[in-house]
Design a protein around this ligand. Structure first.
Ligand SMILES: CC(C)(COP(=O)(O)OP(=O)(O)OC[C@H]1O[C@@H](n2cnc3c(N)ncnc32)[C@H](O)[C@@H]1OP(=O)(O)O)[C@@H](O)C(=O)NCCC(=O)NCCS
Length: 179
């Protein structure tokens, strides 16, 4: 696919919430309730971003169906393929949620969203970026490891659905190259 050059990372708007919710519900099927993106967009400490492409390039790929067939997408819109929500607390960035549309996985979109968060955080002189990840989530762990996040701790029985621990991963921005 030659579309990755066309992936734009921008702030989330109210009209993005439907497709973002569809991505979140598919990416985190055990999450209840869903994130209140309307609140997040207006929350002072929160930064909500989306990854957008000009059109749904993989629309005819029938390998994948969303539950109930619902993608949250209005055909006339540009197509939302990922999102992230971060909070800034005391100079540190916390990744609250990140997800990529299932049909667009493994195309570099997650990495692009993360690069945007890292670059923005460096620009804003934040000290570090922290997140929690399930030990069973190899895709996410690999993504973060590739970006130099380090394992710094564990929260025991953090996830209420299966009482899985959370691994805490941090990127120390003081040690990052600003290029
Ligand atoms: C984690 C997630 C955001 C990654 O998004 P993505 O766009 O598919 O990731 P990318 O294509 O940018 O991949 C970047 C790197 O991550 C790792 N990775 C991504 N998917 C992987 C998989 N299925 N298995 C192993 N490693 C994987 C690889 O190291 C990859 O680099 P490579 O392609 O050069 O090998 C995506 O899998 C997702 O939305 N998962 C569901 C929600 C979730 O778990 N969010 C994170 C919660 S902590």
């Amino acid at each position: 696919m030659d579309t990755l050059y066309d992936v734009k990372i921008r702030s989330m708007k109210i009209e993005d919430i439907d497709p973002v919710l569809a991505i979140e519900q598919d990416a985190f099927p055990n999450l209840f309730p869903s994130t209140n993106f309307r609140t997040e967009i207006n929350r002072k400490i929160s930064n909500c971003i989306v990854a957008e492409i000009p059109k749904d390039f993989l629309i005819n790929n029938s390998n994948f169906q969303y539950r109930n067939g619902y993608t949250g997408h209005h055909p006339q819109d540009k197509f939302i393929v990922g999102y992230a929500v971060t909070w800034e607390i005391a100079g540190e960035i916390h990744i609250i949620s990140i997800g990529v549309r299932r049909r667009y996985l493994r195309l570099g979109i997650g990495r692009k969203i993360m690069h945007s968060i890292i670059n923005e955080s460096i620009k804003n002189s934040n000290q570090s970026i922290t997140l929690e990840v399930r030990p069973s989530n190899d895709a996410a762990k690999n993504l973060y490891k590739k970006l130099n996040f380090q394992f710094v701790g564990r929260r025991v029985k953090y996830y209420s659905d299966n009482l899985e621990d959370a691994l805490i991963m941090t990127l120390d921005l003081q040690k990052q190259n600003t290029n």
